[in-house]
Design a protein around this ligand. Structure first.
Ligand SMILES: [Zn+2]
Length: 500
């Protein structure tokens, strides 16, 4: 893949900071759905307390593992990578992101299907690349990528369901009756998780710290966007041109950092929003928080033997956040959600920061984190609709994080290969944009090539990729950037099967 950080070199021409933006369509369409993605804050807070998201192990092979995994997480550190204050948006126009791909610039945006110089889209919507040797256009390997077939073999579907749902072919019995004992057990665990999290989150964000485009944090974000474009920019542009849908591309081009405190302040008196976010928080914590896992497993064992974890999570999150729910718990959950960091809603990356300047090693951690977060901003709109329609709510975050973190690792591996470790003369992500980055040894150790913030989730994604053999990776990329999620994931809700 094209990548690079070579471009950095070329990028030098301009002012230090901004990458340039590709084409931005005039209307900045931002996705309005707050896609919530959060990444591992857990890495930071980890310890036993919880917030490490270990992930859905519950789903995936439920029983045995409880949360064993925190072990690993710990090693992964807790960098404190958090950024700061509210940001002003990077002004997109100056962010020249585009250019990187393949070193040449691509897109020219206009409305029709055209890309820049070496690339061209023909009448059949194939992507062609100019070959300087033969002096002809040749079909690019990504051609028609977004149209990859959604046929999945029955064997694969069975395998995927088994791994994702923890039961051979079903998400289990729907829960129509809430069990009071289960409700109080889950509520108590959630309350303790949420309260702890809120306390921690409040202390992590200092609104006075600048998160603007030219701040250290803003510069690291620009690097992240550039790294994404270096790897997948051509595909993103191609899909946008062919599908005539700029939403994903614009999402990436307009990313900016904000303080999560701001989000909480803006919404804390909005009751509808509070309930909605509380439910999101409840689902998220139950699906990814190791401290919640034993409670969910117990409920599955004692009260809802016929149902899957994801069905339990959905039912109890709804009950807890309903009108009859305990308002104190609802508020605490909502605050945890709204103050959560890092998390991305559309193009707004909410990053808690309480340090004016991160250390060099922390910068690398942030760089990795922001690649992950910025990737959330570029998800194809169909990606979310597929999840909503075909995947149980309790499993959506799990899948989303696994896919995004997997893609992050693909990008990260390119970043590292272009940033040799040096003990002196280093160039960290926020530093000189005109020189190649050079990583320090400490950062390289902490964020190695196979660094994952979401281990378990990524493991699942890798299993699926491997099972699909050589097509696996292509299908995943087609799903995420092209919106073709059915090429990678089977439908996990039972509706169709049950109707038969
Ligand atoms: Zn995420």
């Amino acid at each position: 893949m094209p990548n690079g950080h070579k471009d950095k070199a070329q990028a030098k021409r301009k002012a230090p900071v901004k990458p340039k933006t590709p084409v931005k369509p005039k209307t900045p369409v931002k996705p309005k759905t707050p896609v919530r993605n959060k990444r591992q804050r857990q890495r930071e807070s980890e310890e036993d307390q919880g917030f490490i998201e270990s992930g859905g192990e519950g789903f995936i092979q439920s029983e045995e593992e409880g949360f064993t995994q925190s072990g690993n997480e710990k090693k992964r550190l807790k960098p404190e990578l958090k950024p700061n204050i509210d940001s002003e948006v990077l002004d997109e126009s100056e962010v020249d992101v585009t250019e990187s791909v393949g070193a040449q610039k691509i897109v020219k945006s206009s409305g029709s299907a055209k890309l820049g110089d070496p690339y061209q889209i023909d009448q059949d919507n194939r992507l062609n690349e100019y070959d300087t040797q033969s002096k002809k256009y040749k079909e690019h390997p990504w051609s028609k990528f977004h149209e990859m077939t959604t046929d999945l073999s029955p064997d694969y579907v069975k395998f995927a369901k088994n791994h994702l749902l923890g039961k051979p072919t079903s998400e289990g019995k729907k829960i129509d009756k809430i069990n009071p004992r289960a409700l109080s057990a889950i509520s108590a665990s959630l309350e303790s998780c949420a309260d702890k999290l809120v306390t921690e989150l409040r202390s992590e964000d200092d609104v006075k710290i600048d998160l603007g485009a030219n701040s250290k944090y803003g510069r690291i974000l620009q690097r992240s966007v550039q790294a994404i474009r270096d790897k997948y920019g051509l595909l993103i542009d191609y899909v946008a041109e062919v599908q005539k849908d700029d939403q994903a591309r614009n999402g990436l081009n307009s990313v900016k950092l904000r303080h999560p405190t701001q989000k909480w302040e803006d919404n804390k008196n909005n009751n509808n929003k509070i309930r909605e976010e509380a439910k999101n928080a409840a689902i998220y914590l139950m699906s990814t928080n190791p401290v919640m896992q034993p409670t969910i497993s117990r409920v599955a064992q004692n009260q809802h033997r016929e149902s899957s974890n994801s069905a339990i999570i959905e039912a109890y999150a709804s009950a807890i956040c309903s009108d009859e729910g305990d308002i104190k718990l609802i508020k605490s959950l909502a605050e945890a959600r709204l103050r959560y960091s890092p998390i991305t809603y559309g193009s707004d990356i909410h990053l808690a920061v309480n340090k004016a300047a991160p250390s060099e090693t922390e910068e690398w951690g942030l760089f990795n984190t922001l690649i992950h977060e910025a990737l959330h901003s570029v998800q194809h709109p169909n990606f979310i609709s597929f999840l909503d329609e075909h995947v149980p709510p309790g499993l959506q975050d799990y899948i989303k994080e696994g896919i995004v973190d997997y893609l992050t690792s693909q990008i990260w591996s390119d970043v590292l290969s272009e940033a040799p470790a040096k003990s002196s003369n280093r160039n960290s992500p926020s530093q000189d944009f005109n020189k190649p980055m050079q990583i320090n040894n400490d950062a390289k150790k902490k964020y190695p090539e196979h660094y994952y913030a979401y281990d378990k989730q990524v493991e699942t994604v890798k299993l699926l990729i491997n099972k699909l053999k050589e097509d696996g990776e292509k299908r995943l990329i087609s799903a995420y950037f092209g919106g073709n999620l059915g090429a990678f994931l089977p439908k996990l809700k039972d509706t169709e099967e049950e109707k038969i």
